[in-house]
Design a protein around this ligand. Structure first.
Ligand code: TYC
Length: 109
């Protein structure tokens, strides 16, 4: 094939170009999903959010909820961008439906 032999069309020398075949991969950026404390959202609601949207068992959910309650902010999980965005939306929608002021945000790691 003269177009692919890499030494000019029709030279007839039959040399070849070896092109890069190794795929270059990039690791996706990761984002922390955080819950923020407030004075009104019931503790039990926050525990339920952590169980429902972040797959925490009751013990882990309670530990994270108390950390947020005591320190103002706490990590629920670390995800790729679109997953983190979805978690934030789900939590904010759920809190809103129940008329709680709970805030959920994401930050790049
Ligand atoms: N501070 C709330 C209360 O005393 C409980 C709470 C915990 C609210 C964590 C929000 O992200 C939160 N009822």
């Amino acid at each position: 094939m003269q177009a692919a032999d890499g030494d000019g069309a029709g030279s007839g020398r039959g040399t070849a170009v070896i092109t890069r075949t190794k795929t270059r991969t990039k690791k996706p950026s990761l984002y922390r999903v955080l819950l923020l404390n407030d004075d009104y959202t019931p503790m039990e609601f926050v525990v339920h959010v952590l169980e429902r949207f972040f797959q925490k068992d009751r013990e882990a959910a309670t530990r994270i909820m108390l950390h947020v309650h005591n320190h103002g902010v706490g990590e629920c999980g670390v995800y790729t961008f679109e997953v983190a965005e979805t978690k934030v939306s789900q939590v904010m929608d759920f809190a809103r439906q129940h008329q709680h002021p709970l805030q959920c945000v994401m930050e790049k790691k």
